[in-house]
Structures are given as structure tokens and as C-alpha cells.
Write a protein that binds this ligand. Sequence first.
Ligand code: CP
Length: 308
Amino acid sequence: MSTLSVDHLLGIKYLTKEDINLIFETADHFKEVINRSIKKVPTLRDITIANIFFENSTRTKLSFELAEKRLSADVINFSASQSSVKKGETLIDTVNNILSMKVDMVVMRHPNPGAGIFLSKHVDASIVNAGDGAHEHPTQALLDSYSIRERLGNVGGKNVVIVGDILHSRVALSNIFALQLQGANVKVCGPKTLLPKYIESLGVGVETNLKSALQWCDVANMLRVQNERLDVSYFPTTREYTQQYGLNKKLLQELDREIVVMHPGPINRGVEITSDVADSGQSIILEQVENGVAIRMAVIYLLASKIK
Ligand code: CP
């Protein structure tokens, strides 16, 4: 049986192209499973997983929990805001206390970049990064590429533009790594103030004009402005941001071909994307969410097979 080259999923940066292919092949199988009338397999009956979230989440948290339950794992959920972290307990103490309850795997979202890497060096469990600050969000990038593959046949050779707040986005960095590993051409597009200075060193194209970026691409991945990570204002007003970087129906109609529109969510409707685009046939936003469950089942299954 093929296995992953890693014992933890800390970032796309640590994966190989073969790892991504294996995750996608495994997700194909689980996608078929979750479309059956009985959407569950008994595969991980002997595995216990803790989902520990130090930051808010809707999609990722529910998707991991559902993926774990579809695999018949035992699941415990931990929310930092209702925990003893509020009384000063450290991350390592918190996780070691959870692990002493015989937990095999930890899925963690944390506001600090590198929190998952740090944890993997200090505790005895398989760690899955569910988003660490502005660093990486590996399962989001995997489900994004999987959804492109599903809609367009493959990822290699496709032109993908990631639009918006690249500076504060973990989704952007993980997508850049994942898309490049699979042979896609990647550009980022946004106001200069929201593009990191190092971005060109990652081998991506840079475009500050949304119309030009849309003319070039097969896929536009629209990102939210991460207001919770903005200490100062990076553009004059939200209205001006939307005028320059918001995707609307008129912009799509001006193109000479139909592009695919993506968004990792949560959407700020009317800011980075209008509702008529988000809810159109060109948008694969809900397919991304659906595929997230199969991708997370695949990741958990493949990592669990390494700790058994
Ligand atoms: N895409 C994503 O990570 O969404 P949540 O923050 O709701 O999990």
C-alpha cells in the first residue's frame, strides 16, 4: 500500500507531488462513500481524534468532525474560549492533558504561525494543521486543487490567479505550494499593500490589475480581506477596494471565455465577490465545501495508517 512521506500534515510545503496524488486517489474513494445511502465506513473504529480550535471556524471544524465520524473514529472537540487556556494553561500542557485520555491524532487551528510544527516536536501524536495564523491551511489548498481537478480535468498547465489579501492569507501560501507542485501557473492579484514583499521569490506572477488577471486565468480564487489580522488600514475604503478588486458579473461577461470562480469562505458578499457571481454556475464554492469532507477523510485515513 502507498503511504504518505510525512507523519503529520503541517503544511503543503512538506508534501511531495506523489503525496498529493495519493490524497486525491484516496479522496476519490471516500467521495464515493459519502454519496452512498450509508455514508460511513468502520475503518478508524480504533482511533481517537481531538479537534482543538483556538480560532473561530465554520467550514474546517465541521468538515473535520464529519470526516472523522464518517470514518467511525471517536471524536472530542475542544474550543479554547471555553477551556482552561483562559486560566493560563500552556499549549503543550493542554495537548498533553488531552493526549493522556488516549488520543491518537490532533487537528489544530491556532492564530500563531508554526503552532502545529511546534506541537509536533513536543507531543506524541499525529498533528494536522487546520490553519496556523497567516502561514498555511493545507487541507484548504488540497480541497481547492481537488475541486479544480474535478471541474477542469486536471490542475497541471492551468492558469490560476489568487485575488485579494495575499499578505494575511494562509490559504494563498498553501495554494501557491500545492498548485506549483502539480504544475499549474500561479499569479497573485491585489493592491500592492496586500502583497508580501517576498512574493515573487515564490515563483508566482504578480498583477495589480484585476481585469488583466482575469483575462489570463482559467481559475480565479477570490480571497476575503482578513480584517481580523489588519492592524492598520491597507486601502482607503472598502468601497474603493471593491471597485478595484471585487469580482462581479460584468467583469466575467467581458471575458472571451468562461473561467472557474472559487472562494475558500467565509464570503463577504458585495466586497470581494458579488452574490450573482458567488451563486452562479461558474462558481464552485459549494463543491469546494463538499470536497473538503472527502479530502479530510483521506488525510486522516492516510495519517492514521502510519500510527497503527
Ligand atoms: N475556509 C475556512 O477555513 O473557513 P473556516 O474559517 O470557516 O473554517
